[in-house]
Design a binder for this molecule. Structure first.
Ligand code: SF4
Ligand code: SF4
Length: 580
């Protein structure tokens, strides 16, 4: 069954730089040698860095997960071979900043022993969510260079209908040939990956796009895709930057991805061919992403070629394997000469997004051409695929007029480098745009920080003001006169008044107690007198009333009774009364 042709569309601008691809495609790809150690950065993708789940001294098996994804936009990391964890610390990583980041270091044991894994042959029976979970756990990210977690791009949401899945085999940037070799040598894995991706996206159709400078790859893919319903292969004319997502979507569908929008918004999802192959291995074989194809090239390399490389392999070992003349390397670039970036060290590890390493000599990258003033020729605008005005962007970026560069849609710039490439004055335009983007980003961070500080300060002032008002309200409440009602409490008295009042009450109580006691004493004395009177011999001598006999008086003084206690109390009380 012959394949239906794909109608192609055009995009604005673009260039035809020297390809420099043949050098690395003369030999078939090969396996890279097992290195002495593997350095696995925890941040090899767009999103949050992964979190280690192993410790120094642990032994691990090939394919064993060693770091978990940290959040939704993140990806786990797996051991590329069996061995021992010998370090978990900061290591230099391949990044334009030249900074270091946390990495897990494995010393291979040479056995290359796999962890137990579960292949899933009948993926078509599984729901898309199940497949996305496997892809996520396998740590698969976009292998075209972006590094965005692939499971997210396979999840359009229940509201969005995906009509077309575009598989990007364009590989338009000079020097890079890893996708070309993969399509030539392993078309089967790519096509199997397409089936899984279509199922996950529930996409109506798939178009695999390949530039016409890769005839072997085109032939190989066409052969593997023959007879598959809804799958077509498009041979597109070679032009840089056709492999950029927005440009490719336009070429294949005729639709323009809106500014600040995604291809998803017009019913299209785009993935790289190498990502499709990695998804096939994750689902059918149960293998996580632990290796990838890397192009080792540049004039300082004697045997440029493609190698299947374990993630974490130091680049200098790969260069050595390809016969690099280290003293000839003027600049080491990761990615292509247009969108790649210079590396600060030679022994940095290969990460999931390393598609190409260029060991360039001084002449090779035109490093000797000095920049000259802009002659306002307009050539840069003619080639800009996003229809920007690169010359205006350059002036404003140079003058650090950050508001103006944004007015000229700086953030729509895909940093393709077409403008720099054609500039007769050799102005490194993209570097100015990157600088301006970085400055805007820094400024926004600083604004955000100062906004937060201002909010904190305003909140503190508000709190102080509120507490002050509350204190004043309490004080005013205390001072306010009490309402005059029957049930109202007596007005507050001060301390002296209160003390007087208590003293008066105590004295009143004491006086009444004394009066009661005096009454009791007098009654007791009366009773005693009455008894004496009854007991005394009847004489004629007159006895004074209430006068005790001498004996009785003596007995009363020496033998205390309850009554005598009362007498003592009475005497004491009398003394007290006299002292007052
Ligand atoms: S191509 Fe270079 S010289 Fe020409 S207008 Fe653009 S920046 Fe100026
Ligand atoms: S680098 Fe930016 S401004 Fe220059 S051509 Fe590419 S998209 Fe346009």
């Amino acid at each position: 069954m012959s394949m239906a042709p794909v109608k192609l569309w055009d995009f604005h601008g673009g260039i035809h730089p020297e390809q420099n691809k043949l050098q690395s495609t003369t030999e078939p790809s090969a396996l890279a040698q097992l290195p002495k150690k593997l350095v696995l950065p925890l941040h090899q993708h767009i999103g949050e860095a992964a979190e280690p789940i192993v410790e120094i001294g642990d032994t691990v098996l090939k394919g064993q997960k060693i770091a978990n994804a940290n959040g939704y936009v993140s990806a786990p990391v797996h051991a590329p071979t069996s061995g021992k964890i010998i370090d978990i610390s900061e290591h230099p990583i391949p990044h334009p900043s030249g900074l270091s980041a946390l990495a897990i270091v494995i010393e291979p044991d040479g056995r290359d022993a796999w962890v137990e894994y579960t292949p899933d042959q009948d993926y078509s029976e599984k729901n898309p969510s199940h497949l996305r979970n496997i892809i996520r756990e396998a740590g698969i990210v976009g292998l075209g260079g972006a590094g965005f977690p692939s499971f997210i791009k396979l999840n359009p949401g229940s509201q969005k209908k995906i009509k077309t899945l575009i598989l990007n085999g364009v590989e338009c940037e000079p020097y890079i040939t890893c996708d070309d070799m993969l399509m030539r040598e392993d078309a089967h894995s790519i096509i199997e990956g397409v089936h899984i991706m279509r199922h996950a996206l529930q996409a109506e159709e798939c178009v695999i796009a390949i530039e016409d400078n890769k005839p072997e790859a085109y032939e190989s893919i066409c052969k593997a895709a023959a007879g598959i319903a809804g799958l077509r292969v498009a041979l597109v004319p070679t032009r840089y930057p056709q492999g950029s997502e927005k440009q490719l979507v336009q070429v294949i569908t005729g639709k323009e991805v809106p500014s600040n929008g995604l291809a998803l918004h017009i019913g299209v999802v785009c993935h790289n061919v190498a990502t499709a192959a990695a998804i096939y291995r994750a689902i059918h074989l149960g293998q996580p992403l632990i290796s990838r194809m890397v192009t080792i090239t540049g004039q300082a390399v004697k045997q440029p070629r493609n190698l299947e490389v374990l993630i974490g392999t130091p680049m200098d070992e790969l260069l050595q394997q390809c016969g690099a003349e280290f003293d000839q390397i003027e600049r080491l670039v990761m990615g292509g000469p247009m969108m790649g970036f210079a590396l600060h060290e030679i022994n940095l590890p290969v990460i999931k997004t390393t598609n190409c390493i260029i060991a360039a000599t001084r002449e090779e990258l035109g490093l000797d051409r000095p920049a000259m003033p802009c002659i306002r020729c307009g050539a840069c605008a003619d080639v800009c695929p996003v229809k920007l005005l690169p010359q205006q962007l350059y002036w404003h970026a140079r003058a650090k007029e950050l508001d103006k560069v944004q007015e000229y849609d700086l953030f729509d710039c895909i940093e393709c480098g077409c403008c720099s490439y054609v500039c007769p004055s050799n102005i490194p335009l993209v570097q100015y745009y990157r600088f301006a983007k970085g400055a805007i980003w820094t400024q926004e961070q600083e604004h955000k920080k100062s906004d937060q500080a201002r909010e904190r300060h305003e909140f503190r002032l508000m709190r102080i003001e509120r507490e002050k008002r509350e204190r004043e309200a309490k004080r005013a409440k205390k001072k306010a006169p009490r309402p005059k009602t029957d049930t109202a409490k007596p007005p507050p008295v001060d301390g002296a008044q209160m003390a007087d009042k208590m003293r008066q009450e105590a004295m009143a109580q004491r006086d009444s107690a004394e009066a009661a006691r005096k009454t009791e004493i007098q009654a007791a004395l009366a009773r005693v007198q009455a008894k004496k009177k009854d007991a005394a011999p009847k004489t004629d001598a007159p006895v004074a009333a209430n006068s005790p006999t001498p004996a009785a008086a003596s007995t009363q003084a020496s033998t205390p009774t309850s009554d005598s206690d009362s007498s003592a109390d009475t005497a004491t009380h009398k003394d007290h009364e006299q002292s007052q």
